[in-house]
Design a protein around this ligand. Structure first.
Ligand SMILES: C[S@@+](CC[C@H](N)C(=O)[O-])C[C@H]1O[C@@H](n2cnc3c(N)ncnc32)[C@H](O)[C@@H]1O
Length: 205
């Protein structure tokens, strides 16, 4: 399946019904999710692997991975409401294998793994002033993954590289991505805004 076809398949994935600002609940656009999964697949990080989506929301990244032949896929999400949407999305996408959806705190390593591929678009901390809320997610990735792909806000490269270095990891790929964020929270003052994000592939050992 081409990257474009993957993005089309992911176009049916519904987003958050009642997004919660403190959890930074906005979903990854299908194009960006398809781009991340495609790059990961080309690197041999999806097929036959255990893929974990930390902060899986309504399932965009987990379902994208499930469409590229992994051995198993796990989605970990704190909030039960998007997990329920994710299950409905899974039926729409009809990917195999089934995704294991787990309600849990992604920052507390709820999984006994050390060789997973982690895909994640974690909270940035941008809304709460809690800069680098993504740090705890990276900590979990370093504990359970051989390789991770993570989306961060613009200007995170120095932080991500330093974090990876401290944990014995290495950033092997980085790319920028722009996407439109529709108005969904009260503090958004325009109908949509363009967010520039940075995506990093980190090999953890
Ligand atoms: C930016 S959204 C990304 C959602 C989804 N992965 C996607 O790509 O569309 C961040 C997600 O992380 C979840 N989240 C925030 N803190 C969490 C935590 N401590 N443990 C698990 N999930 C969390 C939010 O509820 C939200 O679904």
């Amino acid at each position: 399946m081409t990257r474009r076809r993957l993005a089309q398949e992911l176009g049916v994935v519904a987003g958050f019904e009642n997004p919660r600002a403190p959890l930074e609940q906005y979903h990854t656009p299908p194009d960006l999710a398809a781009h991340i999964v495609h790059v990961a697949d080309l690197q041999g990080d999806i097929e036959g692997r255990t893929v974990v989506d930390l902060g899986s929301g309504t399932g965009m990244l987990a379902l994208g991975a499930a469409l590229r032949g992994p051995e198993r896929v796990v989605g970990v999400e704190l909030d039960p409401a998007p997990l329920s949407t994710a299950r409905k999305n899974e039926r729409k996408v009809a990917a195999r294998p089934d995704v294991s959806w787990i309600r849990g705190d992604a920052t507390r390593a709820p999984l006994c793994l050390d060789d997973a591929t982690v895909l994640m678009n974690p909270p940035f901390g941008a809304q709460t002033g809690n800069e680098h809320a993504d740090r705890a997610f990276l900590q979990t990735a370093s504990a359970i993954a051989r390789v991770s792909y993570s989306v961060h806000n613009e200007g995170s490269r120095e932080f991500v590289e330093a974090f990876a270095d401290d944990e014995g990891g290495e950033v092997t790929h980085a790319f920028a991505a722009e996407f439109d964020l529709p108005r969904q929270f009260e503090f958004h003052d325009s109908e949509s805004s363009t967010l520039t994000a940075e995506v990093f592939r980190i090999v953890w050992r």
